[in-house]
Design a protein around this ligand. Structure first.
Ligand code: FDA
Length: 507
């Protein structure tokens, strides 16, 4: 309607009096679409993002620009989506699936990526436009002997991953990324700058450390506790086909991996009826080979399967593989215009009771696209099992053996929209129901999955009862209730809203 168009013009006018014009791109700019797609990692989301583009993309260079977008947005009824690394599995940081397009602007934080490391205090302040790869590089070069527990993939943004928890190969030793947040700064739903946790209050500071991105405000920076890493860490990789005993090995792995020493994480990737075991050991090769020989002789790990390297080299190696040998480690400071991969759909589960060999065999042989489907099993246990389920919003702690991430990859060949998925992931996920966590079946918020349910807005506010469908699965019932209470206190009018945003508690 014309009044909406007036709102849009007034919104852009409001931005232009507060933000330099070169930091605000509208769809008429030739740079708009390249910027919109610049950090999209999932080809499935490109066409939907272009079909319902934001009114503008703002690339702030300081906090006042972020505050201005929120204040102008509230004044002129334009919502915001905020993007850090752009890895959201459903693209909620830059696209809206609301039919007929609710008007929104995107704040792309990529220019806010400064990192200040304090080697003596073993802390760092990182701005939320940085990627984990940049963080790893800056920490390890400024403070050799220190690291930070976060994603395996160094292209993930610290804005999203820390907001949703952050699991990785050091979590058994040091917990989630969010468990190592000491302080933060953010812009709230009124456009106020909350410079530290004291300004936020305990509840809000609790909520932003694992309660999911895009819910409570825009985090500008995190203060992190850095963790000790030895001069050399060890990677090993062992692959087993079914003929070589892959099913038996994974059967045993389920209870063994969560009980190994905290310094050792062994994850499994299952693809094409083959299991690949990959490790991070915070120590040297001979020690881990001895441990594996006594605890898991069936895997047959030898020194020939090991590579010792610095922790920083490890973070690059696990992503680039042997190609890193011909690249400088500055490759971790990736720009965001990497070539786009295939179409991707993800789901997740938590396993608390080991699956039987017979069940695992069926999974290995699952038809319908088994060639491209991938299961990534991340062991929990260690410190993860010793942190209370309500310490942070991330509830998957004691009793969890491992997380399963289902990844379906395909190349799109036909129908417009790209939403047509082959049925490997859906049918396997249905099959898994009796074998995974229940009441409700749990999932990891950072592996976002809109199939679990999307919000309904009733009388202008997101409905809590509908949101429980997905919210109690990500956070557990008690944490979800507490998150909704925090939301009511800090954003009662539900300004920060998306398909799976935490609703303000209204009952
Ligand atoms: P993106 O920018 O898309 O943001 C994700 C969500 O957080 C959105 O809702 C967004 O609005 C919000 N948000 C972003 N910045 C914010 C800010 N500053 N303040 C408030 N809200 C903000 N996870 C994991 O735990 N371990 C892993 O090893 C991996 N590996 C991995 C690899 C690949 C290739 C992908 C695609 C994803 C992962 N993930 C992961 C999942 C990842 O943690 C999850 O997608 C994060 O939300 C991504 O954060 P980004 O900042 O990149 O995403």
């Amino acid at each position: 309607s014309s009044s909406n168009n007036n709102n849009d013009d007034d919104f852009l006018q409001c931005l232009s009096t507060n933000i330099p014009s070169q930091l605000v791109l509208t769809p008429t700019s030739p740079s708009f679409t390249p910027l919109l797609v610049s950090s999209i990692r999932n080809a499935r989301l490109v066409a939907p993002a272009k079909a319902n583009p934001p009114l503008c993309i703002v690339t702030p260079t300081n906090a006042s620009h972020v505050q201005a977008v929120v204040r102008c947005g509230r004044r002129h009824s334009v919502r915001v989506r905020v993007r850090s690394g752009g890895h959201d599995n459903e693209g909620l940081s830059y696209r809206s699936t609301t039919p007929n397009g609710e008007k929104f602007a995107v704040i792309d934080l990529a220019k806010l990526h400064a990192i200040h490391v304090n080697p003596h205090k073993a802390t760092a302040w990182v701005e939320t436009g940085a990627t984990t790869g940049e963080l790893y590089y800056r920490v390890a070069t400024a403070a050799p002997g220190l690291g930070f527990p976060a994603s395996v993939c160094p292209t993930v943004g610290v804005g999203g991953i820390i907001s949703g928890g952050g699991i990785g190969l050091m979590m058994r030793k040091y917990g989630l990324s969010a468990d190592n947040v000491l302080d933060a700064s953010m812009v709230d739903a009124k456009g106020n700058l909350l410079a530290n946790k004291k300004a936020m209050g305990d509840d809000l500071f609790w909520a932003i450390r694992g309660g999911g991105g895009g819910n409570f405000g825009i985090v500008l920076s995190w203060k992190l506790r850095l963790v000790p890493v030895p001069p050399k860490v060890t990677f090993f990789k062992v692959a087993k086909t079914m003929e070589q005993g892959a099913v038996d090995a994974v059967t045993k792995w389920q209870t063994l991996a969560p009980a190994l020493p905290d310094d050792l994480s062994v994850r499994v990737v299952i693809q094409k009826s083959k299991a690949t075991f990959q490790s991070l050991y915070l120590g040297n090769c001979s020690t881990v080979v001895a441990t594996m020989h006594s605890r898991f002789p069936e895997l047959g790990v030898t020194t020939a399967d090991c590579k010792e390297m610095s922790w920083l080299q490890y973070t690059a190696y696990i992503y680039f593989g042997d190609a890193i040998n011909s690249k400088p480690l500055e490759a971790l400071l990736l720009n965001r215009s990497m070539t786009l991969g295939p179409f991707v759909k993800n789901k997740s589960d938590y396993v608390k009771k080991a699956l039987t060999k017979e069940t695992l065999e069926k999974i290995f042989l699952w038809p319908n696209g088994a060639g491209s489907g991938q299961l990534i099993l991340e062991p929990h246990g260690g410190v993860m099992g010793r942190i209370a389920a309500d310490e942070t919003p991330f509830p998957h702690r004691r009793g969890v053996l491992y997380n399963i991430q289902y990844v379906e990859l395909w190349n799109f060949n036909g129908a417009p929209g790209g939403e047509v998925t082959p049925n490997w992931i859906g049918s396997l996920y249905d099959f898994m129901t009796p074998y995974v966590s229940k009441n409700p079946r749990r999932a990891y918020v950072n592996y976002r999955d809109l199939d679990m349910g999307v919000n309904k807005v009733v009388d202008g506010v997101t409905c809590y009862v509908t949101a429980r469908m997905w919210g109690e699965r990500y956070f557990g019932p008690a944490n979800f209730w507490r998150l909704s209470n925090v939301k009511r206190k800090v954003d009662a009018s539900d300004y920060f809203r998306n398909e799976q945003s935490v609703p303000p508690l209204s009952i």
